[in-house]
Design a binder for this molecule. Structure first.
Ligand code: ADE
Length: 245
């Protein structure tokens, strides 16, 4: 049985989009995952097929109507009760690799793509929908966020990635950024590949990579490092350093 994605959107023509090429596209062709799009506008009831209205209390833009969205959501929940229903919105909790892993090991997911200024809040009170954001910036709609979420899940599905181990050492698997990578040529613009990576000493290489992962996480993502736990500092050369204040 394949992993099933159902996307509720006003722009079904945006799918599969980038998910139709490369790794995800090949997996789609092989039936490792399946995609269904649902046109939200098909659930509108008035003659103008309207899906939005002006914000209560005033303000800019338009708000997606709870009644129309609920009809679309209910249709999907009835047909796919096993799949969690997510909604892409900048007001959601931030997507993490932990959630991606959970979703990838399940039966698939349904995802509602927000547009305009937002979604009538009563929808989230009345239906089991998990609001998810892909980061602290505002996109023009939830579709590209849904594509990002789906891409992150699909690459973890069994049979999608070439080498199974490449999903285990990568960034965020231990609340750390991944170590840096190098490949031939050995010398490029006067810069050489770190000698330890050419030593063939697997224990030394593993220790160097761990130290670099921690050093880079500390400098680039102090928020992640805090979560990881402030282990004693170790430089990539192996020399221990003092923790600062
Ligand atoms: N829609 C607009 N911005 C978004 C974001 N950052 N994450 C998810 N959906 C969005």
């Amino acid at each position: 049985m394949s992993w099933n994605a159902t996307v509720l959107t006003l722009y079904p023509e945006m799918f599969p989009g980038p998910l139709g090429v490369s790794l995800a596209g090949r997996a789609l062709g092989e039936g490792l995952w399946a995609l269904e799009t649902v046109q939200i506008r098909d659930f509108a009831t008035d003659k103008h097929r309207s899906v939005d209205d002006t914000p209560a209390g005033g303000g800019a833009g338009m708000v997606m109507r709870a009644d129309v969205l609920a009809a679309a959501v209910d249709d999907v929940l009835q047909r796919r009760p096993e799949a969690p229903m997510l909604a892409m919105t900048p007001r959601g909790t931030t997507l993490t690799q932990t959630l991606v892993r959970d979703l990838a090991t399940g039966p698939g997911l349904s995802v509602l793509c927000g547009r305009f200024e937002g979604i009538d809040e009563r929808l989230f009170e009345a239906r089991p929908i998990i609001p998810v954001s892909i980061g602290d910036y505002v996109l023009s709609g939830g579709e590209t966020a849904a594509i990002t979420l789906l891409d992150a899940c699909i690459r973890l599905l069994p049979g999608v990635m070439g080498a199974p181990s490449s999903g285990e050492e990568e960034s965020f698997e231990a609340d750390l950024l991944e170590y840096p990578h190098y490949t031939r040529p050995y010398e490029w613009e006067g810069r050489t590949i770190p000698e330890v990576l050419r030593s063939g000493d697997h224990a030394k290489i593993a220790a160097w990579r761990k130290a670099r992962a921690e050093a880079d996480t500390r400098s680039r993502r102090p928020d992640l490092m805090e979560r990881h736990g402030d282990a004693p500092r170790q430089s990539p050369s192996g020399a221990r350093q003092e923790n600062e204040g």
